[in-house]
Design a binder for this molecule. Structure first.
Ligand SMILES: Nc1ncnc2c1ncn2[C@@H]1O[C@H](COP(=O)(O)OP(=O)(O)O)[C@@H](O)[C@H]1O
Ligand SMILES: [Mg+2]
Length: 253
């Protein structure tokens, strides 16, 4: 592989300079982290699955006119993306209460929300990604009111798309997180979906059994994470039906 300049290494991915200005190569690592990186493990094969799954969702979004950074997949672990100016906010959409919302507000996990709830969290690991209000975002200049309105609209379109896709394979989209970035065109910018869409950043429950098929399997030690992600990829048709979990070493007698 040709030497490429590393731009950034995060918890789950590495960014390299892309072949053309305005592009980056996003490499998906096998690392899994939770609780602000206090829990860490290497799950063999996770990066390959998330690269494929993020490609699948981003391609679907591009197809229906929701702009994303995804250009094309390069290989098992890498994809070519458009470089954006990341807005330092995690945009969370919730259809049912779970995770931090349940904890903070004392609402039972799985409680159906009367409508999707959009939340913003300030992206700062040192602070533990705190929940922030639009007042904070405007006051500290992280995004304009127009950006915030556009982010909410974008996030709700992503929610409708993902909810439908998952419903088609018997899975409930409980909540998810996206990151959004700015693309500049002279003095104007528009917002596009960036980072990744994968079971690392969604809560996914089997509609019939309630089985979790997302990173909560890792957070709560519910079983093998790669198996859950492989099952998800199979249902979505991203992996062939008879594919074995790629994580297993083969015993040769
Ligand atoms: N299209 C993009 N352009 C620029 N930066 C991006 C883009 N997509 C994602 N990023 C950033 O790249 C990093 C991805 O690596 P990740 O391992 O998720 O990092 P982190 O540990 O900061 O969450 C994140 O900081 C994310 O904000
Ligand atoms: Mg990240």
């Amino acid at each position: 592989m040709a030497r490429r300049k590393k731009v950034y290494e995060g918890k789950a991915k590495i960014l390299y300079e892309g072949p053309e200005p305005g592009t980056l190569v996003q490499y998906f690592k096998d690392d899994a982290t939770a609780f602000n990186a206090q829990k860490h493990d290497v799950i063999e094969g996770k990066g390959v699955l998330n690269n494929r799954l993020s490609e699948f969702f981003m391609t679907g979004l591009n197809d229906i006119g929701v702009p994303t950074h995804f250009i094309r997949r390069i290989n098992m672990r890498e994809q070519l993306i458009r470089q954006v100016e990341i807005i330092p906010l995690e945009v969370v959409v919730r259809n049912r209460a779970a995770g931090s919302m349940s904890k903070r507000l004392g609402i039972a996990e799985g409680h159906v929300l009367p409508r999707p709830v959009v939340e913003f969290y300030y992206k700062d690991d040192k602070l533990g990604d705190p929940l922030v209000t639009e007042e904070h975002i405007a006051a500290f200049g992280w995004a304009s009111q127009q950006d915030m309105d556009d982010m909410v609209a974008l996030a709700l379109r992503v929610n409708d798309f993902l909810s439908g896709v998952f419903m088609g394979v018997g899975i409930r989209l409980v909540d998810f997180k996206i990151e959004i970035g700015r693309i500049w065109d002279n003095d104007f910018h528009r917002l596009i979906v960036a980072d990744e869409i994968s079971p690392d950043s969604c809560r996914l429950w089997d509609i019939k059994t309630g089985q979790k098929l997302d990173k909560d399997v890792f957070r709560q030690d519910l079983g093998n994470l790669a198996d859950a992600y492989t099952e998800l990829a199979r249902r979505l048709g991203v992996l062939p039906k008879n594919a074995q979990p790629i994580t297993r070493p083969t015993l040769i007698n």
